[in-house]
Design a protein around this ligand. Structure first.
Ligand SMILES: NC(=O)c1ccc[n+]([C@@H]2O[C@H](COP(=O)([O-])OP(=O)(O)OC[C@H]3O[C@@H](n4cnc5c(N)ncnc54)[C@H](O)[C@@H]3O)[C@@H](O)[C@H]2O)c1
Length: 364
């Protein structure tokens, strides 16, 4: 890859202007590293709404129209429905644009390999953004664990409760493609939102050598099911074990500015524990990170625990990276492939009755 950093602001386009644009846009506002030159979405209403943010940007219904316009673009923020990720990335890198893609990368290894190969052959960078790696309480959790403060790590626990009441409005169109994903066995909890949890596992404790899973299903209304109750557990190469439980609380009201997802991460060491109490929603309204060691509890009261800030910081990291080429991408297409392998290992395990599956054994 012959990437040369830009010695001027990056010329960027948003491809997809739906719900998550509201958070991704935070990286682009007041950022001297970038100039937003175009907005692309087939919906005229979305284009009109988002143009208010960028009055100087040109708007287009398709990426082909943008390419034909002659407007110079260096990189795109791809906020496409997940079923369009694979073909979308092949199209976008083929036009000569670097891509910052949303998770989940895609549904299977064949598509992931196709996307990575397309980026390579077009000499473009494919990043699969992972905003959770930029959530300050989780960063501080990682720092705390690595400092040795809670002693050698024995294991950890992640919890996710999907509640049905509260939060922001999600447009019906978002659910349409989510249901499409569920029909092909890539549910909203294990695969879509779950992608983040698996990513944090790899980021915190490194490669995973074995995954065991019991993926359940609950019918919400006739024809529409959610992929819970689910329990997934795994062992890292280091021997550290993780377990993640996903539960539905359909009638529970959860205060949230975003999605109604109640989440926790709790790492146990020989001397104590460190726990992130919340992320997307405001379930446990104590300090977002608490660390217990040697009989004392330390609470972090001044972390930036607004989930939206993780999008701002992830996007800023990408735009800075394009200006300098320095440091890890967080994450590259290849790193996202590791997340996909763990998710696919969980599906393979569950289908086989919960046996241990090595993510490296998953083939396209
Ligand atoms: N990081 C996170 O925590 C997080 C949270 C929510 C969604 N996401 C991801 O963001 C992506 C978008 O999700 P969303 O909730 O904004 O979906 P959405 O349905 O609200 O928005 C998708 C937008 O893409 C547009 N679109 C469809 N086809 C297009 C095309 N060919 N070219 C350009 N635009 C097109 C649609 O008109 C729509 O406006 C998904 O991959 C999703 O998984 C990530």
């Amino acid at each position: 890859m012959t990437f040369v950093p830009y010695d001027r602001p990056v010329r960027a386009a948003f491809i997809g202007l739906g719900r998550i644009y509201d958070l991704n846009v935070r990286a682009y506002r007041d950022n001297p590293d970038v100039e937003v030159v175009a907005l692309v979405d087939p919906s005229a209403q979305r284009r009109a709404e988002r143009q208010l943010d960028w009055p100087d940007a040109a708007t287009f219904a398709t990426s082909a129209d943008l390419a034909a316009s002659g407007i110079e673009v260096d990189a795109v923020e791809a906020l496409l429905p997940a079923p369009l990720h694979a073909d979308g990335v092949v199209d976008l890198v083929g036009r000569g644009w670097h891509v910052n893609l949303q998770k989940p990368m895609c549904n299977d290894l064949a598509d992931a390999n196709r996307m990575i190969a397309a980026a390579r052959s077009n000499d473009r960078v494919l990043r699969v953004m992972e905003n959770y790696l930029f959530y300050e309480p989780l960063r501080k959790l990682k720092e705390t664990v690595e400092s040795g403060e809670i002693g050698e790590v024995g294991g950890y626990h992640m919890k996710m409760v999907a509640s049905g009441r509260g939060g922001w409005d999600v447009p019906g169109s978002s659910y349409e493609w989510q249901f499409q994903q569920m029909e092909v066995g890539r549910g909203i909890l294990v695969f879509d939102d779950g992608w983040h949890k698996l990513a944090t596992a790899l980021w915190l404790f490194g490669p995973i050598r074995q995954v065991r899973a019991w993926i359940g299903e609950t019918e919400l209304v006739p024809g529409i099911s959610m992929d819970a109750p689910t329990t997934i557990l795994w062992e890292h190469d280091s021997g550290v074990r993780g377990v993640w439980d996903i539960t539905l609380a359909t009638d529970m009201y959860l205060r949230s500015d975003y999605y109604t997802n109640d989440e926790r991460w709790e790492v146990t060491g020989r001397r104590g524990f460190a726990r992130v109490n919340r992320c997307t929603g405001r379930g446990i309204q104590q300090p977002s990170l608490e660390v217990y060691a040697d009989g004392e509890m330390r609470s972090h009261h001044a972390l930036d625990d607004d989930w939206a800030s993780s999008f701002r910081d992830s996007g800023r990291h990408w735009l800075r990276w394009l200006r300098t080429g320095e440091g890890p991408l967080m994450w590259s297409g290849e790193e996202a492939l590791d997340v996909l392998r763990v998710a696919l290992a969980a599906y393979a395990s569950s289908e086989a009755g919960g046996i241990g599956v090595d993510p490296a054994s998953i083939v396209a």
